[in-house]
Design a protein around this ligand. Structure first.
Ligand code: TYD
Length: 213
């Protein structure tokens, strides 16, 4: 009987390269694990509230900011109960692109951390990541990487929002430092070098000896 799998979360600003890192890590873990399966997933997930969250991100659905925060948390609860916990209990590892720290960082643009902690309480009671890896790329660089717009005004707006989200991430990491294991990885390097740093950290400090079997 396999012990519970590891739950590893990647966080970062849009444009930080965390999705690429998640894919590279997923491939590496699959190469190592023959007995354990390794799944990659993301939030918003495929749940019904998750589909609404996607619609909100694409601006095809409009609701109050507080409702948005609750919907992301509702999607998380569905994801935890319906998918993440059952997989982990079977001994499978899970890599997740965004989890509750995204909710804190993005929704703190319009509400307070205390409310967000309350919305996420059920999911947090059920499942903490074994580690949250923050792929650190400056807000300016992330906004520039994502920018398809030509006007400096639009870029300025994107940088300004990215800076706020970055500060919110730092506030949330700081507020939860007693209960959460968060590691920051310098994402301003080529993708393979970043992937190697993440792998080194995980193999040295997170994985137990029977995790990569
Ligand atoms: P993401 O999957 O990174 O974007 P994409 O589908 O374009 O690759 O995440 C979608 C957006 O949702 C992203 O801008 C961050 C936001 N988000 C929140 O605002 N709150 C949350 O709780 C989560 C999980 C994501």
């Amino acid at each position: 009987m396999l012990s519970r799998g590891k739950f590893i979360v990647l966080e970062g600003l849009d444009g930080s390269g965390k999705t690429t890192q998640l894919q590279l890590l997923h491939e590496r873990m699959q190469q190592h694990c023959k007995q354990r399966k390794c799944f990659a997933t993301r939030e918003p997930s495929e749940s019904f509230p998750g589909l609404l969250c996607r619609g909100i991100s694409r601006r095809s659905i409009q609701v109050e900011n507080e409702t948005i925060a609750m919907l992301f948390a509702a999607d998380r609860y569905e994801h935890v109960v319906g998918e993440l916990l059952p997989q982990l209990e079977q001994g499978n590892h899970i890599l997740c692109d965004r989890y509750y720290f995204s909710n804190f960082a993005y929704q703190m643009l319009s509400t307070d951390l205390e409310s967000l902690l309350a919305y996420n309480k059920k999911a947090m009671d059920l499942l903490h990541p074994d580690v949250t890896i923050y792929v650190d790329v400056s807000p300016e660089e992330c906004a520039a990487r994502r920018s398809t717009s030509r006007t400096s005004e639009e870029l300025y707006e994107k940088v300004d929002t990215a800076k706020k989200i970055y500060r919110n991430y730092m506030t949330a990491f700081d507020a939860l430092q007693q209960s959460e294991r968060v590691v920051t990885i310098n994402g301003n390097r080529d993708a393979q070098t970043v992937a190697d740093s993440i792998w080194k950290f995980l193999t040295e400090q997170v994985f137990d000896k029977d995790d990569l079997i």
